[in-house]
Write a protein that binds this ligand. Structure first.
Ligand SMILES: *[C@@H]1O[C@H](CO)[C@@H](O)[C@H](O)[C@H]1NC(C)=O
Ligand SMILES: *[C@@H]1O[C@H](CO)[C@@H](O)[C@H](O)[C@H]1NC(C)=O
Length: 318
């Protein structure tokens, strides 16, 4: 059995956080139904009063988290924000398992959170609230759900406020059709600078090197870069958040002279073409897992279930 990890925040402040966030969360959710109020971004931390999982932010059975399970301090902390939409309940369930059953990242603490905009549908509001209460891994941003209208900006800008009490070293944006091999990524990050970093699969534009922006399947910026984005009012003033989100991230960083430590993880992060391609050796991320068959194929290939599925789990012959 895993040893329980010690709390990373003082329990009192965590309780306080829970007490503050949950009512705020539900109020904000209720308000969001009427759409005319300012709704602050918040983390649905899953800390309902009287629910044993109120410490879920810190425990292994709460928010999906892999990482150094030992009591040793991690060398760095990575937040992975998976962009998804309220209706994708099944995808989130698969992703939780896919992350939870991976080998832990050596030396890193990795927290995976699902990132939503306002949950406007009344049924989703209830179901997502329950999911958040159970898993404690859902972040709701102050935005209307969208593809190319600023959700990525809202996420990167919100992170440094939402997690200010316990900053991460790195912030990642990932798609919900990306399988990320956390240990491989953490291994790569371990030797990278902790600041001014922009890492992912570089998007090739001619022979540009370094790449002008990173492919949306998943990329990492260091905390200072996210904080800089958050403080950069110019982007919003110029209404420069509409359009191809990931290209825009590169544009902002290039214009601001940020992300100069730029690392291209191509070919270890890739789109897979199901008719022609094979999974690559040393994969960090595979993208375009659009249905359950593809998820099954990728999980099988990377041995996600090797050694953990005993015949008796699936079939009881006794
Ligand atoms: C911002 O840009 C979008 C897309 O180009 C446009 O629809 C919107 O009206 C603009 N907003 C403002 C306040 O100019
Ligand atoms: C999965 O396990 C098999 C058998 O142990 C091994 O040969 C293979 O290399 C593993 N695959 C990966 C991607 O690690």
């Amino acid at each position: 059995m895993k040893q329980p990890t010690p709390p990373r925040f003082p329990v009192t402040s965590l309780r306080l956080l829970c007490l503050l966030l949950v009512p705020l969360g539900f109020v904000a959710m209720a308000l969001s139904l009427s759409r005319s109020f300012f709704v602050p971004s918040y983390v649905l931390s899953g800390c309902l009063h009287g629910v044993p999982r109120c410490r879920s932010v810190d425990t292994d059975d709460g928010g999906v988290r892999r990482g150094a399970e030992s009591t040793r301090e991690p060398e760095f902390r990575l937040l992975v924000g998976v962009m998804t939409t309220p209706r994708r309940y099944e995808r989130r369930a698969i992703l939780r398992l896919a992350y939870a059953l991976q080998p832990p990242a050596e030396a890193a603490r990795v927290d995976v959170r699902f990132v939503l905009c306002d949950v406007t549908d009344a049924a989703d509001a209830v179901l997502v609230a329950m999911e958040a209460a159970r898993h404690g891994d859902i972040v709701v941003l102050d935005c209307a759900e969208n593809m190319n209208d600023g959700k990525t900006h809202a996420y990167l800008a919100a992170v440094s406020r939402l997690f200010a009490p316990a900053p991460y070293d790195y912030v990642m944006k990932a798609d919900d059709d990306t399988y990320l091999r956390v240990a491989a990524l953490a291994d790569e990050l371990r030797s990278q600078p902790r600041s001014d970093l922009y890492l992912g699969r570089g998007y090739a534009v001619g022979d540009d090197d370094p790449a002008p922006f990173m492919h949306g399947m998943g990329y990492v910026v260091s905390w200072d870069v996210a904080a800089w984005l958050s403080a950069n009012d110019e982007i919003l003033r110029r209404n420069d958040t509409h359009g191809h989100e990931d290209r825009l991230v590169g544009k902002w960083l290039n214009a601001g002279g940020r992300g100069k430590n730029r690392y291209n993880l191509k070919p270890r992060m890739y789109d897979i073409n199901w008719d022609m391609d094979e999974f690559r050796h040393n994969t960090i991320a595979v993208h375009r897992l659009k249905d359950n068959h593809r998820w099954a194929a990728v999980l099988r290939h990377f041995n996600a279930t090797a050694g953990i599925i005993k015949p008796s789990i699936l079939q009881d012959h006794s």
